[in-house]
Unconditional design. Structure first.
Ligand SMILES: [Fe+2]
Length: 292
């Protein structure tokens, strides 16, 4: 079957039909790399992946992040946990036994931070290149994922703003975004284990050679600026980059594998009835080889 590529948005994001990620080979991986370099978000339809296959496909594109420990209130031993591999980030509303998380679960409050515009792992010095999210059970209502194109947004910035932000560096922390949404309180050990990182606000996207804004709700302030002024500028840039003309909203279908390039996009989750419906999504995350 030949591969079809269909545009989903005028600036970025494509649907890819007729490609089987469960059988990665160098030619297929090169094809996906080329699609991603240009379009930054790729929706691979009709993928039936298990966790091992998702990990194997993701490893074509670099080393994978390992998920950090998040406190959980489930202390019982589970004989058949849903997720066994540390390379799989569990983006479901389920515990390891497959039960819907209760309202007061730490994983649930931690996940609320994903409803803010962000780029995955910008709070790490070696941040993420791509994220790959596999839809195993989709919610029939809500739970879209929205993506914003920060290359197109940079291109559209007024010249004076481009000059103003050239060379600026922001500090990013996972605990900053968690404090702004969800009220997750990290332990002293978590604070030590995940210190902040610093990144330039404008970076050149390696795949396309285009400049992109590298901003996110993890960014707390701009180095050398008063905190409130830096925060205001970051909010202004996020508001600009997430105008409707730069945003693609993805409605999930069972079997979608959506890949996004964190270096030139932002994304956010949208709400759904997570106490009544079941959603099982699993993410692998490719790490930068060197800090950009
Ligand atoms: Fe995310």
């Amino acid at each position: 079957m030949s591969v079809q590529i269909n545009k989903l948005h005028p600036h970025f994001a494509v649907e890819v039909v007729g490609l089987d990620a469960s059988r990665p080979d160098p030619a297929l991986c090169a094809q996906v790399q080329a699609i991603m370099d240009t379009h930054a978000v790729a929706v691979l339809r009709d993928q039936t992946l298990d966790d091992e296959q998702q990990i194997a496909f993701s490893r074509c594109f670099g080393e994978l992040e390992v998920r950090p420990a998040v406190r959980t209130q489930v202390t019982e031993r589970i004989d058949n946990p849903r997720v066994r591999h540390n390379e799989i980030f569990d983006v479901s509303n389920l515990d390891q036994a497959g039960r819907v998380l209760p309202p007061d679960d730490d994983r649930r409050s931690y996940a609320l931070g994903n409803q803010l515009w962000h780029t995955d792992s910008s709070f790490r010095q070696l941040s993420a290149t791509w994220s790959l999210l596999s839809a195993r059970i989709v919610s029939p209502v809500g739970a879209d994922t929205e993506f914003a194109d920060t290359r197109a947004a940079y291109d559209a910035l007024p010249e004076a703003m481009r000059a103003r932000i050239d060379g600026l560096v922001a500090e990013h922390s996972i605990w900053h975004s968690r404090a702004r949404r969800g009220g997750y309180q990290p332990s002293a050990e978590e604070l030590r284990a995940r210190p902040p990182a610093r990144h330039r606000l404008v970076r050149t996207h390696p795949g396309s050679g285009r400049k992109a804004l590298y901003i996110a709700m993890h960014a707390s302030h701009i180095i050398g600026w008063p905190d409130d002024e830096g925060r205001d500028l970051l909010d202004e840039l996020i508001d600009f980059a997430t105008r409707p003309e730069f945003v693609y909203a993805h409605k999930w279908r069972l079997g979608d594998l959506v890949i996004w390039d964190n270096r030139c996009t932002m994304h956010r989750a949208t709400p759904f009835d997570d106490l009544g419906l079941v959603r099982d999504m699993r993410r692998t995350t490719v790490r930068e080889a060197v800090s950009a």
